[in-house]
Design a binder for this molecule. Structure first.
Ligand code: CAA
Length: 261
């Protein structure tokens, strides 16, 4: 599909989604969310794509949140609840995508932008990035999963600190509390994110997908059920040609050639 608010590209086996509304700091209006949903589906279905990087256009913002003019226009409580649930469904698409998704946080990741980054599998931030959930300053609360994913990543106390004050934090502080996984110099961010994406893209794709799913499903359930689920996904991986290739290549002391079969 043609995109107005995103740039969707491919570099070898890495798909790249770039939010492209820099004049409004890549704020997520409805049209952008519709396109994001389509782009995630498109890359998920593309067998040539094995990992995805999500980032923002310009050097100022990753995504500065939901579009505040659209938030202002919400008519009532029911519309508000539907707005949030709809956005959550789109972020779940990222979380549940069969491909690993890396957020390359190149600037402000605020509100829905921080929530979007948290729905990704790995977060890499520029040393100039700022993150936060400032919804409280607008008289609302996070609506794209922020009250849930943030405490799961950083703990309840730190999540409450960030959500109840609306404070923005630096990339370094975000790294310290576990909100991001890597901080790199701003001018190296995209290269570093793509290198990580390429590294994962070189692994057995089905095993990558099932490892992601096992972590996602397992961390939301009790340990016994989670380990049973892991065993089932391990079993799936054992049924692949790539398992034979990976183990044979190790024993023959050569690099494996994974096919995703
Ligand atoms: N929605 C709509 N427009 C936005 C926006 C947003 N979230 N964030 C920035 N913009 C627009 C500004 O209105 C401005 O437009 P104009 O040039 O037409 O005036 C332009 O982007 C540039 O922004 P600023 O002039 O404000 O830039 P700055 O450098 O002075 O400040 C900022 C940067 C601190 C990020 C500031 O723009 C800001 O606070 N933005 C809002 C952040 C926010 O509150 N996000 C949460 C939204 S609510 C949400 O996301 C709910 C949810 O959970 C889904």
């Amino acid at each position: 599909m043609g995109y107005q608010n995103l740039l969707v590209t491919r570099e070898a086996s890495v798909g790249i989604i770039m939010f492209n509304r820099p004049k409004v700091l890549n704020a997520l209006n409805r049209a952008t969310m519709v396109e994001l949903s389509a782009a995630v589906d498109e890359l998920d279905c593309d067998e040539g794509v094995r990992s995805v990087v999500v980032t923002g256009a310009g050097d100022k913002a990753f995504v500065a949140g939901a579009d505040i003019s659209e938030l202002r226009a919400i008519a009532d409580a029911v519309q508000g609840a539907e707005f949030a649930a709809w956005g959550q469904r789109i972020l779940f698409k990222i979380e549940n995508s069969s491909k690993p998704v890396i957020a390359a946080i190149n600037g402000y990741a605020l509100g829905g932008g921080c929530e979007l980054a948290m729905a990704c599998d790995i977060r890499m931030a520029a040393d100039t990035a700022k993150l936060g959930q400032p919804e409280i300053n607008l008289g609302i609360i996070p609506g794209y999963g922020g009250t849930q994913r943030l405490p799961r990543l950083v703990g309840k106390g730190r999540a409450k600190w960030l959500i109840l004050t609306g404070d923005m934090i630096t990339a370094q502080e975000a790294l310290r509390i576990g909100l991001v996984d890597f901080v790199v110099p701003a001018d190296e961010l995209m290269d570093a994110a793509k290198e990580l994406a390429r590294k994962i893209a070189g692994k057995a794709p089905l095993a990558v997908s099932w490892a992601k799913r096992s972590i996602n499903v397992g961390t939301e359930t009790d340990l016994v059920a989670a380990c049973a689920y892991e065993a089932s996904q391990f079993g799936l991986a054992c049924g692949t040609e790539d398992r034979l290739e990976g183990t044979t290549a190790f024993l023959e002391k050569r690099p494996p050639q994974f096919k995703g079969k």
